[in-house]
Design a protein around this ligand. Sequence first.
Ligand code: 8GT
Length: 318
Amino acid sequence: MSAVVRVAAAVMLRSDGREFLLAQRPEGKVYAGYWEFPGGKVEAGESMRDALVRELHEEMGITVTACTPWLTRRFTYPHATVHLEFWRVTAWTGEIGITGPLEHAAVDWQEKAKSPTVEPILPANGPILKALSLPETMLITHAEGDGTQAQLARLAARLKQHEGSLPPLIQLRDKQLPANERQAFAAAVVDLAHAHGALVVINDDAALARDCGADGLHLSAGALAATQQRPDFAWVGASCHTAGEVARAGELELDYALLGPVLPTPTHPEHPGIGWDEFAARRADNGIPVLALGGMQESLRATAMAHGAHGIALMRGW
Ligand SMILES: Nc1nc2c([nH]c(=O)n2[C@@H]2O[C@H](COP(=O)(O)OP(=O)(O)OP(=O)(O)O)[C@@H](O)[C@H]2O)c(=O)[nH]1
């Protein structure tokens, strides 16, 4: 069996973060005409980051000045098995260009929240495009503490702040609310969220998720362990604490994992938090977007991203 080919791929984001760049493979290469993220193979002795910087310079004539690891994926093509590492690239110098006929046939900016307007896309990249449309903030409800009316008012104010940018993903948690109150709260949250273009997932109750018209299901770690196949919803994620659970969420082809608690949090006072290095280690190489949970607030977003987080999940910090 031939060795696995390591590939660095760049998700180049325009400054407002809403658009990313796709590039078309030129004639003469395998999958000619297909669209991909710019990048290429890692050379012997080279780090992933160095390969990314080199490829973007060779292919587009730019110098990367800010990038963070994001997702990994292993994929077997007829010609090779590739280990792909996707990095977010948020700053560069120079003008993006096509430096030669063997690099790309064309480049095109695409909107994250929409289906791509170009095709075909390289087969390994389908889940990557879905991950790009996953919000980078999750708001988790805690109406048990605040009361449902106060939560709805706070949510309405918070969703207004997001007008014009990708709205957050909302997880309805509140596992202890009486069933009828949870139902009414879920219906109100879905109405409010959908009016602002935001998605809602319901914690551990598939029937309620269907009844209230939510967009998906959020599995607790216990439910994840008991799940044999991906539940049938547009969006499904899971709470994870260990690397094994993150891997399981990846195997089930879920859309995201929450990993934590990263820092101390009132929800789990017995737990000191795993810290950022452990967060990075437990999320590594699983191919699934991972949001950091536990003690999060907006000011920690950049730290989370530097450790490979897709984004942050807030329970009390929103
Ligand atoms: N650059 C890039 N490669 C990808 C992506 N998705 C994906 O499956 N791949 C695969 O990863 C491998 C990258 O190899 P490449 O041929 O582009 O690398 P390269 O620029 O070094 O080309 P070369 O072989 O001509 O030297 C290919 O098998 C390609 O199909 C992607 O989004 N970007």
